[in-house]
Design a protein around this ligand. Structure first.
Ligand code: PRP
Ligand code: URA
Length: 209
């Protein structure tokens, strides 16, 4: 069973509260999402292995630590997942970035794929899939399936707000994928929007409504 990590650090909760407010504009929304992504990135990468490296400080040689082993890829689910990439890349500047384009059909609420471009060696990397909203879980599950078809076997899902329905779906279909969230909200409404949520993340990031 995949683990659910709810990162309820006070600074993350404070920033999320501002994002949820309907009067918060796109500029602040984007900035806060990036800040939270960097902070959440600490937890998502917490158990990445280190290896010793010999270096010299201005004072003397020392055995220091550096991140070892598997390389990392960040894969945002377009569009809204893009809003979490800069924050994560501040933490891991060498991470490669792939893109999976999905949108939810307004009537069926089912995801439709329109784009997929991934690093060539994606199967050798630890992959962090980003999307602020985990609602029905349809988009996340489809993206995870696409990555597994490309051979990925070390994937983490990093979202901001999740609904119980979406969490349950990902855990049922992808029990090997750990989920990282800043908040678990109450439920979905009749339009499959998260309640209380923060509205349409893509529209709020890009100012399209
Ligand atoms: C939103 C969100 C997720 C998806 C979540 O994207 O960013 O990708 O909905 O819903 P689900 O869990 O029910 O699949 P949307 O389809 O609105 O596209 P956008 O990011 O381009 O706005
Ligand atoms: N997509 C969003 O952007 N918000 C929701 O609440 C659900 C899906």
């Amino acid at each position: 069973m995949s683990q659910l990590h709810v990162i309820n650090h006070p600074m993350i909760q404070h920033k999320l509260t501002i994002m949820r407010k309907k009067e918060t504009g796109s500029k602040d929304f984007r900035q806060l999402l990036n800040e939270i992504s960097l902070l959440m990135g600490y937890e998502v990468t917490r158990d990445i292995p280190l290896e010793p490296v010999e270096i010299e400080t201005p004072i003397c040689p020392m055995k220091a630590a550096k991140v070892s082993g598997r390389k990392l890829a960040i894969v945002p689910i377009l569009r809204a997942g893009m809003g979490m990439v800069d924050g994560l890349q501040m933490l891991v500047p060498v991470a490669r970035v792939g893109h999976i384009g999905l949108y939810r059909d307004e009537n069926t609420h089912k995801p439709v794929v329109y784009y997929c471009k991934l690093p060539e060696d994606i199967q050798d990397r630890l992959v962090i899939v980003t999307d602020p909203m985990l609602a029905t879980g349809g988009s996340a599950c489809d993206a995870l399936e696409m990555l597994k078809k490309r051979g990925c076997n070390n994937i983490r899902l990093m979202c901001l707000v999740g609904a119980p329905e979406g969490i349950a779906k990902v855990q049922a279909e992808h029990p090997d994928v750990d989920i990282y969230l800043a908040a678990v909200d109450e439920r979905l409404n009749e339009n499959a929007y998260i309640v209380p949520g923060l509205g349409d993340a893509g529209d709020r990031i890009f100012g399209t409504k």
